[in-house]
Design a binder for this molecule. Sequence first.
Ligand SMILES: *Cc1c(COP(=O)(O)O)cnc(C)c1O
Length: 390
Amino acid sequence: MTEEDRTRVIHVDRGISDGTRTVVPPIHQSANFHSEDQRSFSAAANEPRGHDFYTRYGNPNHTHVASVLAELENAEAALVTSSGMGAVTTSLLGLVSAGDHVIGQQSTYGGTASLLTNLLPRFGVETTQVDQTDPEAFERAMTPRTRLVLLETPSNPLLRITDLRAVTELARRHGALTLVDNTFASPVNQRPLDLGADLVWHSATKYLNGHSDVSAGIVAGPAELVDRIWETGIITGTTLGPFDAWLLLRGLRTLPLRMRQHNENGQAIAEALETHPSVAVVHYPGLRKHPQHELAAEQMDGFGGVVAVEFNGGHQAANTFLDRMRYPRRAASLGGVESLAVHPSAMWSGVLDEQQLREADIPPGLVRLAAGVEDSADLVNDVLEAAEGL
Ligand SMILES: *Cc1c(COP(=O)(O)O)cnc(C)c1O
C-alpha cells in the first residue's frame, strides 16, 4: 500500500451522506429505514448493497466500512458479514452449485477445511485439497467442472506461502475463479487482487479490527461478483450489527500503523528464537531460512505478527513455554493489539487424533505466537526467558 492509500484509508468514506455533521459517523442502530414515497421505497428495496431499506440488506455503517475495505484491497466493491466464516460460506453458496468442483489447500484454516470436507460435499459440490507450495498440484487437480479455487497465504498455522501470481493465472486459464483468504497478511502486507485474484476475504475479527472486540468478515472484488454474494447474504443472513461495523471502522483507521508494529515484532521474535537451543524450527516467512522466503518477499510488503515455533521438547516444552510467558496469554485468535499464543495440538486434542494432527500439519511441539503491538524488546526478552532450558 502506498503513502497515498494510507491517507485515503482515513478519508475515503467522507462523501457517504448520513445527514449529520459529526466527524465520526454515527451508529445507525436501526433495523430499518423509512421512505418518503412508494417510488423511493421500491428503489431502496432493490438497490444491491444499498443502505436505506433494512439492515440485513445494508446499513450506513456497513457502507462506511465497505468503502474503506475496498480501498485497502484495491477492489471495486466490498461486503461486510458477521464473521469471517460468514464471508466465505456466503461467497461459496453464491458462486458454486451442485455438480461444480472446488479446489482448496491441505494447510488451511480449520473452518475452511470443514467447509471443503463436510459442508460443500453435502450439497453436491466435489472438493480436492492440494499442497499449496506446488502450483502444479493445482493444475493437476483442475477438472472441466472446477468453478472456484480457495487460497490462503500465509496459511494457518505453519505460514506456508501460495504463489498467488502463478495459481491465479492458471485458474483463469481453466475458467475458475480464485478467492483468497488474506487474514494473516492483511491488505497492508499483501493485496491479492493486484496479483491476479478475483476475490479476497478476511476474518475481520483479526488484524482488520485489531482489538479483539468484534467478530466480523469481509469479501471484496469486482462489483458484479460482490453483488451476487450480497444476494446470497440476504438469504444466509450473515448480517454485521451496526455497532460492530462502527467498531470495525474505528479499528481500520489505524490498520497501517498497527501492522508496522506487528511486522516488526513478528520479525524480532522469529529472529530471536531461530537460533535458540530449545527450538527445532521457526516458521516465519520473513526469515531468510524460510523455504519460501523469496516468494513471500515478492508478493508481500511485510510478514505480519504470527510466528510458529516448534520446540525440541515436544508437547511438554510447548506447554511450559505458554505457562511461562508473561505477556502473551493463552487464547485463540490473533491480530489484536495484545500478544496471544496457542498450542494447536492441545487445542485440537479432543477433536483430532495423532494421525489427523500429523495430516493437518500440527506437530505436538508447535506454538503459534501472535505478536501484538507491544514493545519489541519486551516481547523478545519474554520469549527468550520462557524458552530457557526447555
Ligand atoms: C479466524 C480465521 C478465520 C475465521 O474467521 P472468523 O471471523 O472466526 O469466522 C478464517 N481464516 C483465518 C486465516 C483465520 O485466522
